[in-house]
Design a protein around this ligand. Structure first.
Ligand SMILES: [Zn+2]
Length: 298
């Protein structure tokens, strides 16, 4: 994709259950002592532990971002509709009117941000594991009996009783990383995370039954820029003269919102936000670049 590196972002937070979370394992074990529906698990530091897969977290954030984009009449494809030829990963390059619906070198804004089958996105999300001091608490799972769950829809199915393993305490440390992003994209990712934190969106299964509400705690956002624009947060710039295939904003900058700590690491100019300072950054990105992008047509 990009041969150069212009900016980086690292967004870290702890995902804390605000009630039961159900994230089912891909394969259900045959061990009779284990719940019918086991929580997703992996081995880490020689021990088995529950965890949240980055792919699942990305799916939750992306589908919410798609809804935000569509609410302002921007097209965003749905990658779960694998037969839909308007999906960026499936669409043939000679599809009619690609600029209209897929403004960023053939990708819709959601794929441009989170990636598609064809191209990597600007942001990626790693697997989230319990921190060392919360491994035990997070793995102290509960089993809910009498919850009938349809394996396909993960919705309650009538007359069927299953045992489900749920996480009710502890937490998972998560990290979202971005590279060569426009500021509206950073705003879109942070807005989605904020909506996850406020309970507007949930993770895992049985959402309709209220499961999967979480809070995001201990936020830290590290931004890095390879430029000399001190006092600014800068989006990636179009480099090809007279040609802007990704349709990047020409002057994509915001004055560093209050609370940002400036620093330097090698060639990078750094701006860091932590804890209570993070909302000021999110507000500035949503109210400025993201708002402008949403209002832009075509
Ligand atoms: Zn797409």
């Amino acid at each position: 994709m990009f041969q150069t590196l212009q900016n980086t972002a690292k967004i870290e937070f702890r995902i804390v259950p605000d009630g039961p979370i159900l994230v089912r394992a891909q394969s259900v074990g045959l061990d009779p002592g284990v719940a019918d529906m086991e929580f997703q698990r992996t081995h880490r530091n020689g021990k088995s532990t529950v965890f949240l897969a980055g792919s699942g977290l990305k799916g939750v954030l992306r589908s919410h971002a798609e809804r935000l984009l569509r609410s302002s009449r921007h097209f965003a494809c749905d990658p779960t509709q694998t037969r839909d030829l308007s999906m960026c990963g499936r669409r043939r390059d000679d599809a009619p009117d690609p600029q209209m619906e897929h403004p960023h070198r053939g990708q819709c804004p959601a794929c441009f941000t989170f990636g598609s089958l064809k191209l990597a996105g600007r942001f990626r999300i790693g697997d989230a594991y319990p921190p060392d001091d919360l491994v035990e608490a997070t793995n102290r799972t509960e089993v809910r009996t009498g919850v009938g769950i349809d394996r396909k829809s993960q919705a309650a199915s009538q007359g069927v009783l299953y045992d489900s393993e749920i996480v009710v305490s502890g937490g998972f440390d998560a990290r979202v990383q971005g590279e060569n992003y426009s500021l509206w994209q950073l705003g879109l990712v942070l807005a989605s995370l904020q909506d996850l934190n406020s309970g507007l969106i949930h993770i895992g299964g049985c959402k309709a039954r209220g499961m999967g509400a979480v809070r995001l705690e201990g936020w830290r956002v590290d931004l890095g820029f390879l430029d000399r624009e001190d006092g600014k947060i800068t989006g990636t710039r179009p480099l090809e003269v007279g040609n802007n295939p990704y349709r990047l904003p020409q002057r994509d900058t915001v004055t560093v919102p209050e609370g940002g700590i400036s620093g330097r690491h090698g060639l990078f100019r750094l701006v860091t936000y932590e804890g209570d300072q993070v909302p000021a950054l999110i507000d500035a990105l949503i109210g400025g670049p993201l708002q402008r992008y949403m209002e832009r047509r075509g």
